[in-house]
Design a protein around this ligand. Structure first.
Ligand SMILES: NC(=O)c1ccc[n+]([C@@H]2O[C@H](COP(=O)([O-])OP(=O)(O)OC[C@H]3O[C@@H](n4cnc5c(N)ncnc54)[C@H](OP(=O)(O)O)[C@@H]3O)[C@@H](O)[C@H]2O)c1
Length: 132
């Protein structure tokens, strides 16, 4: 499948990581059922499929395209109740980006934050692959 995309016009960037969220994981939908942000969940599930289509279309051309969950961050959208300061999340996203090899293509990857790998609450940040 070939899809029109900005990737075709990009000659410098080789890694693309759309900003997804665990709320877009269909596998984890039961876990996040208590959060009634349906439109957001659906839009991120769609973004995950778009990411998959890009990864399939461009993975063999030297691009690495994977979905990234940046964690629940204290942005305007995330609010002050979120798990992590923005600096912690962005640092973790950059580390994941820098550490991603070609095998990251078409995956859905969580950030890794020390002390949060096995958090008891709703969210864990273990650097592992998130099920679609
Ligand atoms: N925060 C979290 O916990 C969290 C978790 C998982 C995923 N994400 C994802 O991470 C991304 C960023 O989230 P955020 O928390 O940083 O959100 P945010 O605090 O609401 O910030 C959104 C940013 O996008 C800009 N923006 C919004 N609509 C735009 C448009 N039509 N054109 C250009 N810029 C636009 C806003 O610009 P203005 O300030 O000028 O309005 C703002 O800088 C989103 O895709 C979100 O779903 C966030």
């Amino acid at each position: 499948m070939r899809i029109a995309s900005p990737v075709e016009h990009c000659h410098v960037l080789t890694t693309l990581i759309p900003s997804s969220t665990t709320l877009g994981s269909m596998t984890r939908a039961p876990k996040y059922n208590i959060m009634s942000v349906l439109a957001y969940k659906i839009s991120k599930a769609a973004l995950n499929m778009l990411t998959t289509q890009y990864a399939l279309a461009y993975g063999d051309e030297g691009f690495t395209i994977f979905a990234m969950s940046p964690g629940w961050l204290q942005t305007d959208m995330g609010t002050g109740n979120a798990d992590l300061p923005v600096e912690v999340g962005t640092k973790a996203v950059i580390e994941a980006l820098m550490g991603a090899g070609k095998d990251a293509n078409r995956k859905f990857i969580n950030i890794k934050v020390a002390g949060w790998e096995e958090n008891d609450g709703l969210n864990q940040y273990d650097g592992k692959v998130i099920p679609w």
